[in-house]
Ligand binder design. Structure first.
Ligand code: FHN
Length: 588
């Protein structure tokens, strides 16, 4: 195996900083939490929004469903009130999903809820009014490339091939005749639209991607656009992560959002009853906001026009938590530190740090943190109405240049599921962002905080992928022997044996390991891992560091990704994701 050379690394560990607030995106980044609504004709067969494609239902037959779609129980105010109660600041509703059915009165295409159903109303108009009244920002999802109803819509993979022939497609007829006119309707007839959420851009050319962005900007310059408008990198105002994907902190330079299901489906279905609990949802919410992202949580309303009670009850429970902890959620930045603490997450504001501690990780011992250089004036639990001061001590370890804060937590968690401790700081926030081991527990080196370099090009003849190295420079606080664990997310349909074609190589201070990672342990409690992935931990061996201070560790693998790709990839396309190297100190 080729040695992994240490190269000069002046750009030390990348640092999380306060995201520059762009005035266009500020309402959205400050809002942090939104409601996604997948509602369409597909609610009638109640098997999710891909029903037409999965069952290859002919257009004429699918159109007949419209006669049965009469959601008389739809109440826009009630939906908006539920979003508000959950603590959601914006709503993104499917104006048209892949089935091509518009959920508003469209002059551009008669296949729409107002013209084709007995309901005859325009729910998006009613939602626009209710949102305006309630101060919630209304946004539209629009499937701009996939449209199984239109004869000329053309996607890279998912087309209606049972009604239409691919070779007869004239894409521009769809583009100019339906997609662009409908987007114009949405941006001219519903007042201010906060953002347009495009989806599944497979096959859309760079030129057409730019064309749609220009189209939106010419109609509502302040309307934000998500990155799924195109597979070309850098387009849109913010990054839509993969479905249910919570990235690693530091992974995205741009603002980002995780679209997430409450069960495992988007559109209404009677089949899927795998629901996330309120505990899970709150832990995922703090995991996302602690990394500086937004969470867009989905509901799939029924054909009658109601939000299923199993969804509503979860959202209300989440809302009780967001209400008590609002100041630690809205208008915050993610953690200033480049690691994910085992016990939860952190958010910040000028003069404040908030510690979001999972109740399962609550400790009666004091909690130790490093990196806050400010004097901590006061610490208290947000849910504690009397806001009793918690005892805090601060030390400075000069040889290690380490600012240590020790907080005595109350004997019991102070809130449901996740308890938030607020720290009031003196002066302007002053954090040491060096990748530093927390004094207790495990220490995880995440790939975005490494310098990733190409070691060996791909070799088609030998059937090998590019081999890259990831180099971390970090501050070790406790010397000793550490077990080294590889953390991977494995797609559920993959056989582990084929996933790592070569051994993982590790080097640090003259120590070296080359080991084929095994599927040794499942990490069932990872808040950032979600169906169809599972978190797998592989034991790679041990390294000993006899002293403290800045260490360099290099990992080599052909599973490390190109840090500057040309195209966004589809999250579910990856059979395995190499996430991090976890260091667990073995007892002396
Ligand atoms: O195919 C769609 C799916 O139906 C759903 O709308 C999700 C939401 O992010 N987006 C696509 C798949 O990524």
């Amino acid at each position: 195996m080729e040695a992994l050379k240490r190269t000069d690394n002046t750009d030390q560990n990348k640092q999380t900083g306060l995201m520059e607030r762009d005035p266009r995106t500020a309402w959205w980044t400050q809002g942090r939490f939104g409601m996604f609504i997948h509602w369409g004709l597909y609610a009638v067969p109640a098997q999710g929004e891909w029903f037409m494609y999965a069952s290859r239902t002919p257009v004429r037959e699918y159109e007949n469903l419209a006669e049965q779609f009469n959601p008389t129980e739809f109440n826009a105010q009630a939906w908006v009130a539920l979003a508000k109660e959950a603590g959601m600041r914006y709503i993104v509703i499917t104006a048209k999903h892949h089935d091509g059915f518009a959920m508003y009165r469209s002059k551009a295409d008669a296949f729409n809820i107002a013209d084709a159903t007995p309901f005859g109303r325009d729910p998006l108009k009613e939602l626009a009014e209710a949102c305006e009244e309630a101060g919630v920002v209304l946004c539209f999802y629009y499937s701009h490339v996939i449209d199984w109803h239109h004869p000329h819509a053309l996607h890279k993979e998912h087309n209606n091939t049972w009604d239409y022939k691919l070779e007869e497609k004239r894409f521009q007829e769809y583009w100019e005749g339906k997609a662009k006119p409908q987007i114009k309707e949405l941006l001219t007839e519903y007042g201010r639209v906060g953002l347009l959420w495009f989806d599944t851009a497979g096959g859309l050319s760079e030129e057409d991607s730019k064309d749609i962005v220009r189209h939106v900007q010419s109609l509502q310059p302040d309307c934000l656009i998500n990155s799924r408008v195109s597979h070309y990198m850098g387009m849109g105002d913010f990054v839509s992560k993969g479905d249910n994907e919570i990235g690693m902190s530091g992974e995205d330079a741009r603002p980002w959002e995780t679209p997430m299901t409450l069960n495992q489906s988007w559109g209404y279905t009677t089949k899927d009853q795998v629901w996330k609990t309120a505990d899970t949802l709150i832990r995922k919410l703090v995991n996302v906001i602690g990394k500086g992202g937004n969470l867009l949580l989905n509901v799939g309303p029924t054909p009658q026009g109601t939000i299923p009670e199993l969804s509503a009850e979860r959202l209300r429970e989440v809302g009780e938590w967001t209400r008590r902890n609002a100041e630690a959620v809205y208008g915050t930045d993610g953690s200033p530190f480049p690691l994910e603490p085992e016990w939860g997450a952190m958010t910040t504001k000028p003069g404040r740090v908030y510690l979001h501690i999972h109740n399962g990780a609550w400790t009666e011992r004091s909690l130790r943190l490093t990196g806050i250089r400010n004097k901590v004036l006061r610490a208290y639990a947000l849910a504690d109405v009397s806001q009793t001061n918690l005892s805090c001590e601060q030390f400075y370890d000069e040889p290690l240049d380490l600012h240590i804060l020790q907080i005595q937590l109350p004997s019991q968690p102070t809130d449901q599921y996740v308890s938030v401790i607020a720290l009031e700081l003196e002066g302007e926030n002053d954090f040491d962002r060096t990748l530093t081991q927390l004094p207790d527990g495990v220490f995880q080196l995440e790939v975005p905080y490494a310098q990733v370099r190409l070691v060996r090009e791909a070799d088609a003849a030998a059937g090998t992928a590019p081999f890259r190295s990831a180099e971390w420079n970090f501050k070790l606080v406790k010397p000793g022997t550490y077990e080294l664990l590889l953390v991977s997310f494995k797609r559920h349909d993959q056989d582990w044996e084929s996933l790592y074609p070569e051994p993982i190589v590790l080097e640090s201070e003259g120590q070296a390991i080359a080991k084929e990672p095994g599927e040794d342990m499942a990490d069932l409690d990872s808040p950032s891992c979600q169906h169809p992935y599972t978190a797998v931990v592989s034991r790679l061996g041990t390294f000993t560091w006899k002293d403290t201070g800045i260490k360099t560790l290099i990992l080599g693998s052909s599973r490390l990704k190109d840090p500057a790709p040309q195209f966004t990839e589809i999250w579910h396309a990856d059979p395995v994701k190499l996430r991090a190297l976890r260091l667990v100190r073995l007892e002396d």
